[in-house]
Ligand binder design. Structure first.
Ligand code: NAD
Length: 480
């Protein structure tokens, strides 16, 4: 077998120790790898490089397309950026895949039967980092959800499920509230699911879904969800499986993929040969599956399961009841190596068959053509403190003109004029909604803004109200 070039970074904290242990194990198992080492983390930040990675390292990453990364310590403040976020964005790693598996009775868990894979969208949602303070009292974070982004992650979840013999994909959204953004994700899920008739599909509202996941994780298989929910819930699943220190993750993109442990650099444990290398080893197993070294992945995973079963444990999972030996990082690695070729006897043995799944090959975006896109109104967000809704309504009505008419004021999304409820509290941030009977030109929005300036009003945000092929493309205020 020819060697697959991969980029390796040893990171800092416990990173170097667990990376050495991981590489020792997979090499002993016969992994055919050509290692290209890059430096990341503390030492790079210390050179004043705020991204934590040397610019030329991207060339290595893009040439090898596969990145096995040990944890690093992200310095607090000082303009330093999270390398993970930078890598995801720079390499276009749109899918974060995190298996959460319980290893009962050998590792304590409340959910012995748990075996869930969280597939999290990695590039969109509130994580675009577009935030503004709009008024003295109000801040906003933009939640951006695109159709191509939804299609890619949902397709990926089903492809992953198929490649890994999984039976069901569950979608989590909050589309009862966010009808447009989460609604698009759900809609795309419903469009794509029938293309995979061999895989069961279902949708849960994320709140009750999360509750069910924390209570009865055994009923879930693969879960696909938006970035924020996935970020939170993948930590929940790792924690309740009892395996935060054991879990690995994959970040998959069209041009590259990154594999790591889910835990951090545990600086207090560094240099003592005590850290558990299992999280990074699980990341490396996902990498071996991704690059097609399936047999090696299976061999390593089963030897690891056997080691856990035999009670050879690092301090973090050691217990009088289930452990036979407390070992250090290197000794644990040697114990796994000694079991290569063996299978677990109580835990379920693993058999990888295909890759991590990918949407590149036959993926075609289901572009929906829009024939007619029109503007029928505008939301002007105006800052004003110390006024009642009725006073604000009277002020804003004076801007009516060119067919644009003030129809509604809302405050934090609730309609407060005309006919508001005296109990509704208000802040200094008013959405003033102007409608027309007929489509308008962009210039009419500019003219409205000019009238606001002339009236001495202070606006901080303007949103066109559009229709796409006649369908209104904006939410209504509560009570509108
Ligand atoms: P952490 O995951 O490093 O540690 C949390 C706890 O788990 C600690 O008690 C630690 O001793 C223990 N632990 C973690 N991994 C272990 C292992 N392999 N074996 C045994 N025990 C282990 O989280 P933290 O302390 O919040 O963060 C430390 C640093 O790591 C921070 O700078 C953080 O930004 C960074 N971090 C990096 C990554 C990454 O590189 N992917 C991820 C998370 C956190």
């Amino acid at each position: 077998m020819s060697k697959t070039p991969i980029t390796v970074a040893y990171g800092d904290g416990i990173g170097p120790e667990i990376m050495r242990a991981t590489l020792d194990i997979i090499t002993a198992a016969g992994a055919q790898l050509e290692l290209h080492e890059i430096e990341i983390g503390e030492k790079v930040y210390a050179r004043g490089i705020t991204a934590g990675i040397d610019p030329e390292s991207w060339d290595t990453l893009l040439a090898t397309k596969v990145f096995l990364k040990a944890p690093i310590t992200t310095p607090q403040g000082g303009g330093f950026k999270s390398l993970n976020v930078t890598a995801r964005k720079t390499l276009g790693l749109y899918a974060n895949v995190r298996p959460a598996v319980a290893y009962a009775p050998f590792v304590e868990t409340k959910h012995p039967g748990m075996d869930v894979v969280m597939v999290r969208e990695n590039e969109e949602d509130t994580y675009a980092g577009i935030e503004h303070r709009q008024s003295v009292e109000v801040t906003q974070c933009l939640k951006l959800i695109s159709r191509p982004g939804c299609e890619k992650i949902v397709r990926y979840a089903f492809e992953y499920a198929r490649a890994n013999g999984r039976k069901k994909v569950t979608c989590f959204t909050k589309d009862n509230i966010m009808k447009m953004t989460d609604g698009l994700f759900h809609k795309v899920f419903d469009e794509i699911a029938p293309l995979y008739p061999d895989i069961e599909n279902e949708h849960w509202i994320v709140d009750i879904g999360a509750a069910k996941l924390a209570d009865t994780p055994e009923i879930f298989d693969v879960i696909v969800t938006l970035n924020l929910y996935g970020d939170i819930l993948s930590d929940v699943t790792a924690q309740i499986a009892g395996s935060v220190g054991l879990a690995g993750s994959a970040n998959i993109g069209e041009k590259a993929a990154m594999f790591e442990a889910i835990h951090g650099s545990a600086p207090r444990r560094a240099g003592q040969n005590v850290a558990n290398p299992s999280g990074l080893l699980h990341g490396a197993i996902l990498m071996l599956v991704h690059i097609g070294q399936i047999e090696v992945a299976t061999k390593v995973h089963n030897a690891w399961l056997r080691t856990i079963e035999d009670g050879v444990h690092t301090y973090d999972i050691y217990s009088e009841a289930h452990s036979t030996e407390k070992v250090g990082t290197q000794e644990f690695a040697q114990a796994v190596i000694a079991r290569l070729g063996q299978s677990p006897q109580t835990l379920k043995a693993v058999e990888y068959k295909a890759g991590m799944g990918s949407v590149d090959a036959d993926y075609k975006e289901q572009k929906t053509a829009v024939v007619k896109q029109e503007i029928i109104g505008v939301d002007l967000f105006v800052q004003k403190a110390g006024v009642t809704p009725d006073e604000m309504g009277a002020i804003m009505q004076k801007l009516d003109g060119e067919g644009l008419q003030l129809r509604m004021l809302s405050n934090r999304g609730v309609k407060v004029w005309p006919g508001g409820n005296a109990a509704t509290g208000t802040v200094d941030h008013w959405r003033c909604r102007y409608y027309t009977e007929n489509p308008i030109a962009q210039q009419q929005i500019v003219n409205l803004m000019q009238r606001a300036v002339d009236a001495g009003l202070y606006f901080n945000h303007v949103e066109a109200l559009q229709t796409f092929d006649g369908e209104k493309a904006f939410s209504l205020g509560q009570g509108e």
